[in-house]
Every structure is written in C-alpha cells, then in structure tokens.
Design a protein around this ligand. Sequence first.
Ligand SMILES: Nc1ncnc2c1ncn2[C@@H]1O[C@H](COP(=O)(O)OP(=O)(O)O)[C@@H](O)[C@H]1O
Ligand SMILES: [Mg+2]
Length: 374
Amino acid sequence: MPTAELIHDALAKVIDPEIRRPITEIGMVRSVEVDGALAVVGIDLTTQGCPMRERITTDVEAATRTVAGVEEVRIELGVMSEEQRLELRSKLRGGKPEPVIQFTQPGNMTRIYAIASGKGGVGKSTVTANLAAAMAQDGLKVGVLDADIFGFSIPGMLGVQGQPTRLDDMLLPPIAHEVKAVSIGMFVPEGQPVVWRGPMLHRAIEQFLADVFWGDLDVLLLDLPPGTGDIAISVAQLLPHAEILVVTTPQSAAAGVAERAGAIATQTSQSVVGVVENMAWLEQADGSRLEVFGSGGGATVAGRLSKVLGTDVPLLGQIPLDITAREAGDAGTPVVVSDAGSPAASALREVARKLTSRQRGLAGRSLGVTPVKR
Ligand SMILES: Nc1ncnc2c1ncn2[C@@H]1O[C@H](COP(=O)(O)OP(=O)(O)O)[C@@H](O)[C@H]1O
Ligand SMILES: [Mg+2]
C-alpha cells in the first residue's frame, strides 16, 4: 500500500526548474493524500503565471507514480500565499530578510570573472557565453550577468527567451544550457534603446546582483561593456574581488586599447586573471593559418599588463576565427555546445578549464603591495 510518507519521499526528488531545489524543501508540496491506489497531491506554485507549471505537473506526476501501488495521480494546483512567498524568499536568501549581494558575504565561495575589452566587437560576449556553457558542461554551477547594458547580447547568444520569473521583489533567472543568465535585454522592449546614466546603471547592476536568486554558484561571469566607463567602476565597487579577464584581438592589441581595460585594475585594486586573444587566425583548407588581424597580440597585451600591474598576467588562450562560432552565437547555442569539436570550441573549452582549475587563494590575487621599482 502506498503511504503519504513514501510519496513525500518520492517528491523530494522533484527539483523546481527555476529555483533548483527539491519542491519539498521550498514549501511547494501543500498536501499528500492517499486513497487506495489514488494519490492526490496538492502543489503550490510560486506565482499564478508560473511558466514552469506544466513541467512541474509532469515531474510531480512521474515521481508519484514511482511509488509502488500508486495507479492514479491527481494533482491539485494552487498558488503560494503572500506569507509563504515571504518565507520562501527569506529561505532562498539564507535567512536574510533584505536583499544583499550574496557574493560579498563572508564565506561566499563563488569565483567572479569580469570579461573586459578595450573596444567592442572583439568577441567579449562570445567568450563569456562560451566559457559559461563550457563550465556548466563540466558540471559547475554557473551564472552570467550581462553588464553590457547598452550593448547587451547575452540573451541572444545563450538563446534565453522571456523574462525572469518574479517572486515579488526577487527575480528567478532563466536558465539556458544550464547557465543562469540575467540581462537588461530581458526587460526592455525589443528594438528600444536603453538611455540611462551613471546612477541608474549602478542601480541596475546592484539589483542584478542582489535581487536575482543566483543560488550557490561556483562561478559568476560578467560580460562588461567595452572600455572603462561607469559600469566597470560600479562592478569594481560592488564586487571588489571580481577578477578581470581581458579579451583582445591581435589588431586591437596593436592599438593598445586592450591594456586600458586591464590597467583599470590598478585603480580598482582588482586583479587581472589573464588575457584571451580572440580571432587569432583563420585555419585554411590546407591546415595553414591565415592571420587576418596580425599576430602576437594576446602575448603582447599579457606582457604589458604584467609589467603595469606587477603580477604575472598569463595569455590563457588563442581562439581562432571560426564561422561555426559566429553561427552558433547567432543561433543562441554557444559553439562549445553546438559544435564541440570545432577549433574555436576546443580553444574556448581550454580557457574555461584553466580558469576553473586555478588554485583558489593567493594565486593571481593582488596582494595590495606595490612592487619595488628598480
Ligand atoms: N572566434 C570567432 N570566430 C568567428 N566569429 C566570432 C568569433 N568571436 C566573435 N565572433 C563574432 O564577432 C561578432 C562580435 O562578437 P561579440 O562577442 O559580440 O563581441 P563583443 O561582445 O566584444 O562586442 C559576433 O558576430 C560574433 O559572433
Ligand atoms: Mg558584447
């Protein structure tokens, strides 16, 4: 005979697709009743218009049916009360009633990489989206914050549609390719420009950090706007321990623009984790490399930044020009997912692994000491 307890245990295996916690843990299972072979399960959705309602219903039914003796399942959907939602939000915030930036709380273990470049069009967003997807493929819990407010492209590149679900003042980020992503592009009507100034930009980044339920992330990647403007400074203020990853092409390296993005770290006391050279070459049919934008740029930038910052800034990888990478970005599936064997995907995956296998702690971290000049 099935019992309510056995069904409850089975329901503990149902994970809420947005919150990524067992539904039994987040107060969604209102009631379980058994009448012979019939199980009646009461489920409270977080919001009335919960976009995941069908998926949850299917998962609850399937889990309930795994209990021996259950032949019929009836699911009674309801919605959490104001009070339940308040309790859930507080639980998701780790017992804190007010929104806080979890990443700056003591004991937070999330690594934060801010992807920066001197100018636009060098492949910063492509690198961000692919590193995120590659890390998620390796089993890490990854979030992407699209901090390029004016030139957002993360929703398109990750193929995220729709808005975050609102749990009152908390936002549940959409998940694509196992990556949680939030972007201003999810809030502005299509084709409409964002015309904000400094304080609004700062507030937007702050809200994305504090009001979004990121959960326990291993890695948070921020796609910064090009250059060294207000947003880069806001990010440095809000997340002082974020490390900067500089993306350059061989050509923009020659012009010295990439270094400015990295050198801002001296003012913000952030550290630069390394340099990625994108669009490094185009592989020819005969296997030779056509260096469309010149060569050696990434190494040059890494060398110059090492000198300016007084720490070793490594060249973490060279990503070839690759049509599949561009097509994949346009289609909303990063190339590391859509065409994992392509040259660009292999190079991107290698960079992702270098970042995730780094020693936590002092390695690469600014010690706050000024190197002695000779
Ligand atoms: N390695 C690459 N091979 C081919 N196309 C690329 C590569 N990296 C980026 N692109 C393409 O170049 C364009 C600019 O890249 P994007 O990531 O949007 O740059 P940014 O974010 O720095 O402005 C996009 O169309 C993108 O698909
Ligand atoms: Mg971009």
